[in-house]
Design a protein around this ligand. Structure first.
Ligand code: ME8
Length: 675
């Protein structure tokens, strides 16, 4: 057909693609950070589905270890019940973000536990496990020993900002040191094993620096998988957790198909790269099992410059955002598409990216509303007016069409390349560039002017060409916008995409369509948000996050906490603030800072915390010692210069020269949580 180039790609040999997220700790609910990894994983998996690969996606929850045992105890819930309830929340969350994993693993499942014990036995039979004793600084949040040089002043974990604990006891050591050279050889022979390259270099330098044998069992708690033959020990939570990727492959031939004969990609955050790129391959080498193809460590989603995390309690609820955008875009599922797009487009995959709601609204309007959505709406609007709402015939083309065909071929090819090379942000850039090219084409081709001249054939060619571009776009947005792809296709008179193994649906150019097929224009795909709408959206979403943000004034200046708001917050949002009873042990003035006092406050932790507060105009330091105050315990540390760092905020009210501190009466232990 004139004006069209053939678009079906060359037949592609079917390949297998197995992609995983980390399995998340269930010490709290899913947040935008964990949603980020999960959405990227789902989108990349969907891309491979489109390409005709046989795919498998695994996510799940990590449910053992000291952190979870303690959390359950603190909440007064039996541990098994606690982890089940929390895991259910993860499992229920992902489909609401249009994530469709093939399997959801819980490390407390018998299917996992028995396979991990098998793995232990194999590694033991290789002579790689040896009984000994360990001693060191342990961060329960990371579930990892730290060396002193890793720690912040006050023996704080740099990631969790909580005090590490001295732990010691009998343990099985895995002979990690023995794998130093084999690992280095493997990294050298497989340059794509760890990505991005900068992270690979970090791992290589860490391993080159020497590996110590790794403690892989514990006797100081019981919430774990018993060590075969020595049930006094439970396995170290990371030994248990890493094995999940392999342990779940128990279906008919799954292990052969997806562990020995597949491309295996583990997506992880940079915080857990070492576990995946050093310990996991060493365990596999020891067990004589194949290694995954790639470990890709992406950056952190930050909020106000701080890593968004459950432990720091500055996490943003992805479902809340999806629902808010869903109210604009038509449904919760449409809102999920918007969140998916925002996360994948805004963050250069591999780097950190800051969560910024206002930028999200701007990007929604510019990319989805005014570019993609508008292209569909204006094309279909013109078809209703000029071709009776039917697909027109494409006749002879002009250089204008040729430009668009060239742009389409280029953008489709490069978008595919960027999906293949795990750069979804770049793939989306090209996707949107194709929409821009088509929008520019409508303006240049001006079908309305041709219609005025009575040039029907030309009008039909222009609109027919645009419909072909839109069909391509509906395919290539599917990994990220599955719901909107369906909606778009319905308006274009096309069936939803149903990828099939062995069938490559990725377009290489524009595809001709039979003239006369009916179009079905509907509501705008992404109605743009005006200024009032944007303000309402920001107000609706900001309290969820503002209360959870470390405020820039982490002293006890009353104004920092007293901003009135009429917007209510949810119980979950309130639960993100860690309020504790603190006993003031010491208090002194800060030289040359006439408003500040430096306090040490006992929160029931191994060491009292230093808190710097703007209390000096209201209190004599000696009058505060012995008082029980209320401390916001999960604020990010704040520097006051000359090595002075504050690790919390005291609550108070009143003007700064006449403050009243919020205090607690009675027999309450330091560290007690306020609820
Ligand atoms: O580490 N930005 O679980 P976890 C981006 N159970 N990604 C983030 C993020 C943020 N702010 N916060 C969390 C564990 N993530 C172990 C994993 S795997 C065998 C065991 C994502 O609940 C990111 O993928 O702490 C990070 O690596 C992971 O959640 C950590 O999840």
């Amino acid at each position: 057909m004139p004006g069209s180039v053939v678009l079906i790609g060359p037949p592609r040999a079917m390949s297998r693609f197995y992609v995983t997220t980390p399995i998340y700790y269930v010490n709290d609910v899913p947040h935008l950070g964990t949603a980020y990894t999960t959405i990227v994983t789902d989108a990349v998996r969907r891309y491979h589905l489109l390409r005709g690969d046989e795919t498998r996606m695994l996510t799940g929850t990590d449910e053992h270890g000291q952190k979870l045992e303690r959390e359950a105890l603190e909440r007064g819930v039996p541990t098994a019940q606690f982890v089940r309830e929390m895991s259910d929340r993860f499992e229920a969350t992902w489909p609401k973000l249009e994530v469709q994993p093939s399997d959801f693993v819980r490390t407390t499942q018998a299917r996992h536990e028995s396979r991990v014990q098998d793995l232990w036995r194999i590694i033991e039979a290789r002579g790689d496990l040896e009984l000994g004793t360990y001693e060191g600084w342990y961060c329960v949040g990371c579930e990892e020993f730290k060396t002193e040089k890793d720690l912040l002043p006050g023996n704080l974990c740099p990631l969790h900002k909580t005090a590490v604990e001295q732990q010691k006891g009998e343990t099985y050591f895995f002979k990690l040191a023995k794998y130093q050279q084999p690992l280095l050889d493997y990294y050298l022979a497989h340059p794509g094993f760890i990505e991005p390259e900068s992270r690979r270099n970090e791992v290589v330098s860490f391993v080159s620096g020497g590996l110590k044998d790794l403690s892989v069992s514990r006797t100081n708690f019981t919430w774990g998988i018993p060590v075969p033959g020595n049930p006094k020990h439970v396995m170290y939570v990371w030994f248990d957790a890493l094995a999940n990727y392999w342990s779940v492959l128990q279906g008919d031939g799954d292990l052969e198909k997806f562990w020995t004969d597949a491309t295996i990609v583990h997506f992880v955050g940079k915080d857990i790269l070492r576990f995946h790129a050093v310990y996991w391959p060493a365990f596999l080498m020891s067990a004589g099992l194949p290694l995954p193809t790639k470990i890709f460590a992406h950056g952190f989603l930050t909020y106000g410059g701080q890593k968004m995390s459950k432990s720091l309690r500055n996490a943003v609820d992805p479902i809340g955002i999806a629902q808010a955008f869903g109210r604009v875009a038509g449904s919760d599922a449409a809102g999920a598409d918007v969140v998916r797009y925002q996360l994948l487009r805004a963050i250069a995959f591999g780097q950190d990216g800051d969560f910024d709601l206002a930028a999200m609204v701007d990007r929604y309007n510019a990319d989805l509303g005014k570019n993609l959505g508008n292209l569909l709406a204006r094309t279909l609007g013109l078809c209703v007016k000029m071709t009776g709402g039917k697909v027109p015939a494409v006749g002879p083309t002009t250089p204008l069409e040729q430009d668009l065909l060239d742009a389409a071929g280029r953008e489709l090819e490069t978008a595919m390349h960027f999906w293949d090379t795990l750069a979804p942000h770049r793939a989306l850039e090209d996707t949107l560039a194709l929409c821009t090219a088509a929008n520019v084409y409508v303006d240049r081709a001006a079908p309305w002017a041709e219609a005025k001249k009575g040039n029907t054939a030309r009008v039909e060619t222009i609109l027919g060409t645009l419909l072909q571009v839109l069909e391509c776009v509906s395919v290539i947005v599917w990994p990220v916008l599955p719901k909107k792809s369906d909606e778009m296709r319905a308006q274009l008179g096309l069936l939803p995409l149903v990828p099939k193994i062995g069938e490559d649906l990725w377009p290489r150019g524009l595809k001709p369509r039979a003239a006369g097929e009916s179009l079905a224009p509907g509501s705008p795909l992404f109605p743009t948000i005006d200024e009032d709408g944007a303000r309402a959206l920001l107000v609706a979403l900001t309290p969820a996050t503002a209360t959870a943000t470390p405020t820039p004034t982490s002293t006890s200046t009353p104004t920092a906490t007293a901003t009135p708001t009429s917007t209510s917050i949810t119980y979950d949002q309130f639960g993100t603030i860690d309020l504790r009873v603190g006993l003031i042990r010491t208090c002194e003035r800060v030289p040359k800072k006439d408003k500040l006092l430096k306090l040490t406050v006992d929160l029931g932790e191994p060491e009292p915390r230093t808190i710097v507060a703007g209390l000096a105009l209201s209190f004599q330091p000696e009058h505060l010692v012995g008082k029980k105050v209320i401390v916001v315990a999960n604020l990010a540390p704040r520097e006051f210069g000359k090595g002075l760092v504050s690790h919390g905020m005291l609550l108070a009210t009143g003007p700064s020269e006449k403050l009243t501190l919020a205090t607690v009466e009675g027999d309450v232990a330091p560290g007690a949580k306020l609820k």
